[in-house]
Design a protein around this ligand. Structure first.
Ligand code: NAD
Length: 377
């Protein structure tokens, strides 16, 4: 068999990641596997063409030719119309496809006979942990959010005792303690902040506390659904009813008002992000405090967030950055490339790339195959 993996340069605005690094390519290359990248594909992430060539990757300047030769395409963002149109029938495409938002693209990929694998739909089972790109990227976003918050705050994070007096530590509150939230908590703790965490899934209390942070207890049971039934079988949060959300916001408000930095990471897969901080809660915050809303891509956890922008409202700086992992492209690409390799490598067999829809990872994340749309079917 022989399999050709191709990695185009990302064309989406502001996307600086690349879907495979030279080190990742080295691990995949073999007598049966060849790899080509589009010229300049890794440059913005800190990986020049020469670094790929050194490990045996072919560098091709023409994106059209590159895609037309591929058995497998690794990408970060969903392909553009033109890119999707350039894929051969039977090509396996693996990327962060945003399947809930891209119905037309998915139709197009199916019509072209492409097998599309959406990294977002990789199930959260033990075997698939190395393929879990949502986790690898969220982890980095959680870290960066704390740095953004610290950078905008007019105070330092740690307690500092000096000859000129003692400075009290900053109070950091992290709402949503999934992968990004837990990394934000760990990072804020490392910087010495008085750190608090909250999540609708009561099960995470222990994880928050094991990082040395305090868990915000909204008077247990007061928020209906805030107990065990707030979690789906896949480990994700369920969406709260509007009345429950309102009650949650009210109870959280006093904690938000006391914080210097609030980092919000609350998401419900496939839905708009829950609004945890409304205008009136921002009103109650201290001047000079900072919100970093990591849920901007899903509409935001703060009602005043402007996705992709930083606004200052009533003296509170509100960041709602988009594609935060893209601001750490070197490491984000390294992890994403490993996720993609771990997902696709087991598909290589004697006859090339085999798509086993009964496989408990490939089945759930395969959104198009053999001319059919499988997502939502
Ligand atoms: P996510 O990005 O979907 O959501 C982030 C967090 O927001 C979650 O913890 C969620 O409970 C929380 N949230 C949602 N609505 C909320 C609300 N109204 N108020 C407060 N918090 C709210 O989640 P994630 O980071 O992808 O992780 C979800 C879970 O899956 C975590 O427990 C994580 O550890 C687990 N996980 C398991 C595996 C695995 O077993 N392979 C891999 C990755 C993550």
């Amino acid at each position: 068999m022989s399999v050709r993996i191709c990695v185009p340069r990302e064309t989406a605005a502001g996307e600086s990641r690349v879907a495979l690094t030279p080190d990742g390519a080295k691990r995949l290359l073999s007598d049966d596997v060849s790899i080509a990248i589009e010229a300049g594909a890794g440059r913005a992430a800190g990986f020049p063409d020469a670094a790929y060539e050194e490990v045996g990757v072919e560098v091709i300047p023409d994106a059209g030719r590159l895609l037309g030769e591929a058995d497998v395409v690794f990408k970060v963002a969903p392909p553009s119309e033109a890119e999707a149109g350039g894929l051969r029938e039977g090509t396996v495409l693996a990327c962060l496809l945003r399947p809930h938002e891209n119905a037309a693209l998915i139709e197009r990929l199916a019509a072209g006979g492409v097998t599309a694998l959406a990294l977002e739909l990789v199930p959260r089972i033990t075997r698939a942990q190395s393929m879990d790109a949502l986790s690898s990227q969220s982890n980095l976003a959680g870290y960066k959010a704390v740095l953004l918050g610290a950078n905008s705050l007019g105070r330092i994070f740690p307690l500092l005792m000096t000859a000129a007096g003692t400075l009290s530590p900053a109070r950091v509150l992290v709402l949503g303690a999934g992968v990004a939230g837990l990394q934000a908590i760990a990072t804020a703790r490392r910087l010495g902040a008085d750190t608090w965490g909250y999540d609708i899934r009561a099960a995470v209390r222990e994880e928050v506390e094991s990082l040395g942070a305090k868990f915000v207890d909204l008077d247990e049971g007061a928020v209906e659904g805030a107990a065990e039934d707030a979690e789906t079988e896949g480990g994700y949060a369920k969406e709260l009813e509007e009345a429950e959300q309102a009650r949650q916001r009210e109870l959280l408000a006093q904690h938000v008002a006391r914080a210097d930095v609030v980092i919000t990471t609350a998401l419900v897969p496939g839905r708009r992000a829950p609004v945890l901080i409304t205008d009136d809660v921002v009103d109650r915050m201290k001047e000079g405090s900072v919100i970093v809303d990591l849920a901007g891509e899903a509409g935001g956890n703060c009602s005043l967030s402007a996705p992709g922008e930083t606004v200052v409202e009533r003296g509170v700086t509100i960041h709602a950055p988009l594609n935060v992992p893209g601001s750490l492209p070197y490491h984000a690409s390294q992890l994403l490339g490993r996720n993609l390799s771990a997902l696709v490598k087991p598909m290589f067999g004697e006859d090339g790339v085999a798509v086993d829809l009964d496989d408990d990872v490939i089945g759930p994340c395969c959104v198009t195959h053999a001319g059919e749309v499988r997502f939502g079917a």
